[in-house]
Design a protein around this ligand. Structure first.
Ligand code: ATP
Length: 584
């Protein structure tokens, strides 16, 4: 059926300049569409008058006159209060300050709903998706990294205590109001890292597909067709793999036909899967666009025309300068979309501008904790210019790792730490130093590694922490320790004497040294420690890197290596986190 027919010229997607013209036609008229016929997606967006939920107002320019008026009336100025609670990340602050009314609305919804049963979800979908959460949540301490088996008692026990996270509550509540309204609905879901955004978009998506199956009379004739019904797009193959592991559980649970199209998949495999109908496909924009360049697939536009539900996860990346053209082209090929959900942990100002320019009707659902770092994280600044490190960041790092190893937190379990450096060129040297000089168990990962290598390297950090075999537990007695110098360094540490509780010091720490390539979206289960070898350049980098620990309201420890010339605002980071201040 999918023999060669497609012409490449037909598929060549428009250049950015053409696209920008096309974009401006969304908000105004069709006059600047370069004489090209407007796509169905275009016209849907341009004719839409009301966003499905409140759209995002730009609060970056303060309205002083309004503030003053409010102050004169003797009432507290909401705007000024908000500014007081914002932490400007040095000269690089680039996060949107947000619209307080959106956050207030979320708080109201969250205060009224605290159970999955209060949300409008098909009972079967609710039940199975709660099984999935219970089988993989990092809060479920009894998980042993086993195959998905909802019948297990530890899964069922944990399921009873499950509550929706704030972003899950607000997203499911808001989307359910108009889920089956056939008009195009575009939403941006924004919430802090590790807040359960994957389920926040997956539950409405699955609920939608299941409702179509039971409510749409055309379903009987559609169900055996070669169609793709929904797509989840992500920027990296690691994230495709991670999200697919969750999505794949819906195959046995709800009879969903799921498909992962990643770096290793063949076109033949895709065509085979398509013949049996794909309900949920997880992939990257690049893979979708490649459909237009292969001979095996006949009329890719037709395949994509049945996609009704699209999720763009890590949307601020997918719409940044280097991705926006591909991402936008991908969306435009899906002519009959009913729902588009953009999902992000951060709303940089640039992203906010892009999304409102491309999709003026976008409605925003944001969690009350957006742009805050989980205050349960303990942030420590380590000055590498001080003795005994004397300017050596590597010595400071070695000492941090050593102290992590001995801290007696989660005794009996392996420890994992992720070290972020700003430049990928520095990764091998830092990793080599830690391994060769300080004897740590380290893997180094950069964008230069192949997808397979990366997946293999991050594997141990993605699974729940393993119990250590044969560890003697016991408190470390500071009186009974002796000083030890780390070889070839001037770092002196205390070590338990032979025969005491030394096995509690036994190195069980696994260290991953990497860059921003792994800072986003990866759910490092059981990674309690993050070390920032360099000060992140932007608040977006800070939020994402720190967000690899302290997920779902857990505790995490973060060490930031600084120097004596560090700016004052950097020194303020620990206190803004503990005081739960919004970062901008
Ligand atoms: N309602 C819930 N209760 C308990 N755990 C949950 C719940 N929902 C999701 N989780 C778990 O929380 C963890 C974090 O979820 P997820 O990866 O979706 O976060 P995220 O918001 O997408 O993070 P990031 O912004 O870093 O991508 C996962 O282990 C997930 O299984």
């Amino acid at each position: 059926m999918y023999s060669r027919l497609y012409s490449v010229t037909q598929a060549r997607y428009f250049s950015l300049s053409t696209r920008v013209n096309a974009v401006s036609s969304y908000s105004s008229s069709n006059a600047r569409s370069n004489g090209k016929p407007k796509s169905r997606v275009d016209s849907k967006w341009s004719t839409r008058t009301k966003p499905p939920v409140k759209s995002w107002k730009d609060n970056s320019k303060p309205n002083y006159r309004k503030d003053l008026k409010e102050d004169v009336r003797g009432r507290p100025s909401q705007k000024r209060d908000q500014q007081k609670q914002q932490f400007k990340y040095g000269e690089y602050g680039n996060l949107s300050e947000g619209d307080p009314t959106i956050l207030e609305r979320s708080k109201r919804i969250v205060s009224k709903i605290n159970d999955f049963s209060q949300l409008k979800i098909l009972p079967e979908v609710r039940d199975k998706l709660m099984d999935v959460i219970a089988s993989e949540s990092l809060l479920n301490k009894s998980l042993k990294n086993v195959e998905y088996n909802p019948e297990e008692s530890n899964v069922q026990e944990f399921k009873k205590s499950l509550k929706p996270s704030p972003i899950q509550t607000t997203t499911i509540y808001q989307t359910s109001k108009t889920l089956m309204d056939p008009q195009l609905q575009v939403r941006l879901i924004a919430a802090e890292t590790g807040s359960g955004k994957t389920m926040a978009y997956l539950i409405p998506l699955v609920d939608y597909l299941k409702r179509v199956e039971s409510e749409n009379p055309a379903w009987e004739s559609m169900k055996s067709k070669a169609i793709v019904r929904s797509i989840i797009l992500l920027p990296t193959h690691e994230l495709v793999e991670q999200v697919y592991q969750t999505v794949a559980k819906l195959q046995p649970a709800l009879g969903m036909h799921t498909y992962k199209w990643d770096a290793g998949s063949s076109y033949k495999g895709f065509v085979e899967a398509l013949k049996g109908r794909i309900d949920i496909m997880v992939t990257t924009p690049g893979k979708i666009l490649s459909l237009f360049n292969i001979s095996m697939v006949n009329r890719p536009d037709r395949i994509l025309s049945q996609v009704k539900f699209l999720v763009m996860d890590e949307a601020d990346t997918l719409l940044d300068k280097s991705w926006v053209e591909d991402s936008y082209s991908t969306i435009k090929h899906m002519q009959n979309l009913n729902h588009v959900l953009f999902c992000s942990a951060t709303i940089p100002k640039e992203f906010q501008k892009t999304i409102t320019r491309l999709f003026p009707s976008v409605g925003v659902i944001a969690s009350p904790n957006l742009h805050k770092i989980n205050h349960k994280n303990q942030i420590k600044l380590i000055n590498a210019d001080m003795a005994p490190y004397k300017g050596s960041k590597n010595k400071a790092l070695a000492q941090i790792l050593y102290s992590i190893n001995r801290d007696n937190i989660d005794p009996g379990f392996e420890k994992r730490a992720v070290v972020f450096v700003n430049e990928k060129e520095n990764v091998p040297a830092v990793a080599a130093k830690l391994t060769n000089q300080y004897g740590h168990d380290v893997v180094a990962l950069t964008g230069n590694d192949s997808v397979e290598e990366r997946l293999e390297k991050i594997g141990p950090f993605m699974s729940p922490p393993q119990r250590i075999a044969k560890v003697k537990l016991g408190k470390i007695d500071p009186e009974n320790t002796k000083a030890k110098r780390i070889p070839n360094s001037n770092i002196v540490i205390e070590e338990a004497p032979e025969g005491s509780s030394e096995s509690a010091f036994e190195s069980t720490l696994k260290v991953l040294v990497t860059t921003d390539v792994l800072a986003r979206g990866i759910n490092f289960r059981g990674c309690r420690y993050v070390v920032l070898y360099d000060i992140p350049n932007t608040p977006v980098d800070l939020v994402h890197r720190v967000g690899r620990t302290g997920r779902m309201n857990q505790k995490g420890s973060v060490f930031i290596i600084t120097g004596k010339r560090v700016k004052n605002w950097v020194k303020g980071i620990p206190s803004i986190v503990s005081k739960n201040v919004t970062i901008s």
